[in-house]
Design a protein around this ligand. Structure first.
Ligand SMILES: C[S@@+](CC[C@H](N)C(=O)[O-])C[C@H]1O[C@@H](n2cnc3c(N)ncnc32)[C@H](O)[C@@H]1O
Length: 261
């Protein structure tokens, strides 16, 4: 692994700044927006149990395709506080969680101090240049790419996740393929950013006014598959929703892709 550049907080803007704020104000709800879990109300054990469930689904879906061939290393792009990476840690010798937000990574370090084979990395780049070709047996990303505003950057991450995949490895990535018009309006996000431009503090907008900075995006299936192919891997399975978890399917058409090389 090479070292990633990490800018100071004063240099931050755009999505990194938004995730930094959420990572400080309400990280668990920003990761999983369960009803009644806002403002720090998530029960931590229940929150971590969802990671065990998701990691179990990931390993089962890969296992049914006889993937991955090796168990040396895994990487999660957009790991948040490490909900999924920690749950994968018994299955791999080394588990790397990567996130754009230093606040999320700080929480991940604190919450997963009992997992010595996990590494936590801040990466603000639109690529994964900090990692080598073929370095990871499993690469996963859930509820992340849909929040990346720029489709060219989404495609870059897909390409990069394929590039760092080992031969016989498994890439498992969730991404909405479309979004209903009503959901595209995102008035809470628009109001948040309009008020931020007037100098309103993030905490007031989020806690006081119930606004949210995060964008929802989508990418058609053919574009996801093409980006993965450009990275040198091929999609071998596409499942509806989050690997069969109907409770996580919103109004958008969520797909989970499994690829190998
Ligand atoms: C909804 S949370 C999901 C966290 C984790 N994947 C999980 O399921 O528990 C989205 C995470 O993606 C991170 N994120 C957003 N854009 C990112 C980017 N461009 N690169 C890396 N992480 C990013 C956010 O900081 C946040 O921690």
């Amino acid at each position: 692994m090479r070292c990633a550049y990490s800018p100071r907080v004063s240099e931050m803007d755009g999505p990194r700044r938004d995730w930094e704020a959420l990572g400080e104000i309400d990280p668990l709800y920003a990761i999983l927006s369960a009803p009644d879990a806002k403002h720090g109300a998530w029960d931590v054990a229940a929150f971590l149990a969802t990671g065990e469930t998701d990691a179990g689904r990931i390993m089962a879906a890969c296992g049914s395709l006889r993937l991955p061939a090796g168990r040396e290393a895994s990487l999660e792009l957009g790991c948040g506080v490490g909900r999924i990476t920690r749950a994968l840690s018994p299955s791999f010798r080394r588990c790397v969680g990567v996130d754009i937000s230093a606040a999320m990574i700080q929480r991940a370090r604190e919450m997963n101090a009992d997992r010595p084979n996990c590494e936590w990395v801040v990466n603000d780049a639109p690529d994964l240049a900090a990692f080598d070709d073929g370095e990871f047996d499993l690469v996963v990303s859930f509820i992340v790419l849909q929040h990346v505003p720029d489709r060219a950057v989404i495609s870059s991450y897909l390409r990069e996740m394929a590039r760092i995949l080992a031969p016989g490895g498994a890439l498992v990535v969730q991404m909405p393929a479309s979004m209903p018009l009503r959901q595209r309006i995102q008035w809470r996000r628009r109001a948040y950013h309009a008020l931020r431009r007037t100098g309103a503090p993030e905490r007031v907008l989020y806690e006081g006014l119930g606004l949210d900075p995060i964008r929802m995006n989508w990418l058609p299936r053919r574009d996801v598959e093409a980006a993965i192919r450009l990275g040198g891997a091929d999609v071998v399975d596409v499942q509806d929703g989050w690997l069969g978890d109907g409770s996580r399917v919103g109004r958008e058409q969520n797909l989970t892709y499994i690829a190998t090389r």
